[in-house]
Design a protein around this ligand. Sequence first.
Ligand SMILES: Cc1ncc(COP(=O)(O)O)c(C=O)c1O
Length: 287
Amino acid sequence: MTRTIYVNGCYQPYNNALLHVEDRATLFADAVYEVVEVKAGKLVDQDAHLERLERSLSEIKLVTDFSIKTIPFIIRESIRRNRVKNGYVYIQVSRGSGQRDFIFPSANETPATLIIFARSKNPLKLDEKSKKGIKVITHPDLRWKRPDIKTTGLLASVLARQTAIEQGAEEAWLYNEDKFITEGAASNAWIVTKQNELITHPANQSILKGITREGVIRLTKELDLTYIERPFTIEEANDAKEAFITAATNLVMPVTQIDEKSVYDGKSGPISLKLREIFHEFAQISY
Ligand SMILES: Cc1ncc(COP(=O)(O)O)c(C=O)c1O
């Protein structure tokens, strides 16, 4: 089966799918994106992801010549053509292509570029990983001051994640100048205190307001857990009973090691595992 990728109105074979050299995504990272989980052929929290996409577009003042309402149809077709049962869909919108110029091109002359692709991922591998938990490293948050906008300008996150991998970890927890953890390179960061309080950074301009994070907040109410939105320090994280990350690509993933220290007894925590287990029951599932 040949994989296909949607680029500006056409489903193209994977190896032929082309973007213009002067697309503003490549020149300026003048683009925003979303990643939506596909589970058993269905989409998880698609509406919330598309709402966030609209917000990102609005924050970077990108006016598209197509309606966001058409995207679910393309998503569905991409899943069908690529026979994705479990995996994710990637959606990217850039401010089009044209002569390299910092000034916005006119939306009439330069239509936005829309790319959508669907990719399979084995969910069992992630479930297996969640039993053992993952290691994260702490790393300075070197990103721009608006990580709440989901843009493709991800170099600082790429470098942080790469450093994590080189140190035998899976994610980097980014800390700001005051040594508070903001979030992961591509995930939100959480701890569970010894008093069983779930703590995560407030969804202000310093972090991306994760859709999975929102789902977990809803679950805390279902499970009668105390949830507090406030920044936490590296020391607090080292002293936590549990830690975990959230992202559409790995849901709730327990963290069992931060730098060289084990989190509590070094095992995946029961609250993290419970949240992971029931996450989809309370998510919005669309076909
Ligand atoms: C910086 C950052 N924070 C948080 C998240 C988690 O967001 P979501 O749960 O919507 O996938 C991501 C996901 O890519 C991310 O890149």
